[in-house]
Design a protein around this ligand. Structure first.
Ligand code: HEC
Length: 252
């Protein structure tokens, strides 16, 4: 037997051998096919080849070799889109003046809706009603001055609600005219006239020439200076207009 006081050389050889055996077995295990979960096994090359056949066939059918979807066979000779002869001034159909102005004015009313409401009735508390208002339905110059400059002090009923901020910033004569036409013929108001673009432009000039330009108007100023209608030819509310330019529609 070996002497326990000396290292056992035999045993150290065995350790090396054992180590090599472990490495060999690990390498063999690594060469084995891995087990895959159901449905996740690698696909055979043959399956891929078979799948490619219909794809290539479809390519052939769509391409020049096949007759399917051939431009020459499916589109008539000399086909062109036909544009009607009288459609060169293509655009929306003409509208009666009152309706054309109101349609545009309704969009401008978006500036007012937050205070005066979608039904124009205000809230009876902080914001007055435009429905049935004597100033909305009355002289057009007075109404224009309120809209462009805002209002401070008594309203048409004598009641003071607060201060209306000026609404004229960025407003063109057309915007003002269509807005005024809209509120004078909505919410139950039925003035029935058109505040024309020319009248809207005149209102901007009058507003810019006010002695206190940049401040809100009040009832005293309105009564003293603006108790009249805006100058300009009146427009038959039923005359046909181009709904975009608001100019008379061309006779066809
Ligand atoms: C920020 C809220 C606010 C907005 C926005 C607003 N108003 Fe006013 N409006 C008022 C208030 C408040 C009064 C009453 C002011 C007062 O008591 O002097 C008023 C008064 C009026 C009056 C007078 C009514 C009457 O019978 O005396 C008219 C007309 C009017 N507004 C039209 C408009 C129009 C048109 C717009 C949109 C371009 C508009 N307002 C936008 C708050 C507003």
């Amino acid at each position: 037997m070996s002497d326990p006081s000396k290292p056992d050389l035999e045993e150290s050889v065995n350790v090396t051998e054992a180590h090599e055996r472990v490495l060999r077995e690990a390498a063999a295990a690594a060469r084995e096919n891995r087990l895959s979960e159901n449905g996740r096994e690698p696909v055979s090359l043959w399956v891929l080849v078979l799948c490619a056949i219909p794809v290539l066939a479809a390519g052939w059918a769509l391409g020049n070799a096949g007759r399917l979807f051939s431009y020459k066979d499916t589109v008539k000779d000399g086909y062109v889109r036909i544009i009607p002869a009288d459609d060169d001034a293509a655009g929306p159909p003409p509208k009666e003046a009152l309706a054309a102005y109101m349609a545009k004015g309704q969009k401008i009313y978006g500036k007012c809706i937050g205070c005066h409401g979608p039904d124009g009735k205000g809230d009876g508390n902080a914001y007055p009603s435009l429905a049935g208002s004597a100033w909305v339905n009355g002289e057009s110059e007075r109404l224009a001055m309120v809209i462009l400059n805002g209002l401070n002090g008594p309203t048409s009923t004598g009641k003071v609600f607060g201060v209306m901020p000026a609404q004229g910033a960025g407003m063109s004569g057309d915007d003002l005219a269509t807005l005024m036409t809209y509120i004078r013929n909505s919410f139950g108001n039925k003035v029935g006239d058109v505040v024309t673009k020319q009248m809207g432009a005149a209102a901007l000039e009058i507003s810019n020439a006010r002695p206190k330009v940049g401040t809100a108007v009040n009832a005293d100023e309105l009564n003293a200076d603006h108790l009249k209608n805006l100058a300009g030819d009146s427009l038959d509310p039923k005359v046909m207009l181009d709904p975009i330019t608001l100019e008379p529609a061309e006779a066809k």
